[in-house]
Design a protein around this ligand. Structure first.
Ligand SMILES: [Zn+2]
Length: 270
């Protein structure tokens, strides 16, 4: 069983090509991936950004048991109103988490305005996925907002809530590992590491990835708090999976990493 905990659809293909759930399912079949989570990205990053809301995604994949959706909240609009819209999907079990984009939007994870989001996730027992690491050129926020250390405070304030650092804080992966090692309620997905839209993942980039992961594992001790994720369609799922499968893992780590963590954290029927 393999679950990709980090994918997107919409105007995310190379040269802003529109990618669909059908494209994703085809990619999953080619890669041997059983389930994927599609992350909504309906945020205020720039004037020409065309993001997908949970509703947009659900119109394409409703009823498909290989796909679940992670909704998002944008700080640029009424937060309670957005939570109200997500609520029925969460109760129906089709939206299984909420993503926030600190740095892509101008806020810190500990921003007071987000308190209702964390309380909502705690109440419905769904995790919060936070963007960490590199920001797109032109992002309105600042790098510090997307640094793993900026999550420390909110993870401490909501010890019952599960947090997931998207992209394991890259390039600050050692700092991400320290935050993960300290708190029991934070995990990382290993998505989005390589050069976007490259035809193939290069040997040099793989070497850099393994070096970073070696340091990461030396701090956390293992990969038991990591989740497999790709950030498809920015990368081929098949190539990303092959690259990650070369990481040294014991069998129990491998199961947690490739599906058991995602299955448990997102409450998937896998
Ligand atoms: Zn992503």
């Amino acid at each position: 069983m393999i679950i990709d905990a980090h994918t997107h659809i919409g105007a995310m293909g190379k040269d802003d090509r529109n990618v669909t759930v059908a494209d994703l399912l085809q990619s999953m079949d080619e890669a041997g991936i059983d389930m994927s989570l599609i992350l909504a990205n309906d945020i205020a990053v720039s004037d020409d950004w065309r993001g997908m809301s949970a509703d947009d995604i659900l119109t394409q994949c409703a009823g498909n048991d290989r796909i679940k959706v992670i909704g998002n909240i944008t700080i640029s609009r009424d937060i309670n109103d957005q939570l109200l819209r997500l609520r029925e999907h969460v109760e129906a079990g089709v939206v299984v988490g909420i993503k926030l984009y600190p740095g892509y939007e101008n806020f810190y994870p500990s921003d007071e305005r987000l308190k209702p989001v964390y309380e909502f996730c705690q109440k419905f027992n769904i995790p919060v996925v936070l963007h960490t690491g590199f920001l797109l050129q032109g992002s309105p926020g600042i790098q510090e907002q997307a640094h793993p250390n900026s999550i420390d405070k909110i993870v401490n304030l909501f010890p019952e809530l599960i947090f997931i650092m998207a992209h394991f804080g890259n390039p600050w992966t050692a700092e991400a590992a320290r935050v993960i090692a300290q708190h029991q309620n934070i995990y990382a997905d290993l998505s989005g590491f390589f050069t976007e839209y490259d035809e193939h993942i290069s040997l040099e980039e793989k070497a850099d990835f393994y070096q970073k992961m070696k340091e990461f594992i030396s701090i956390t001790g293992n990969l038991k708090k990591c989740l497999f994720g790709t950030d498809w369609p920015l990368y081929s799922q098949k190539e990303y999976l092959a690259a990650v499968q070369e990481l040294p893992m014991k069998d129990e780590e491998r199961d947690l990493f490739f599906w058991k963590n995602s299955s448990r954290i997102f409450g998937l029927a896998a």
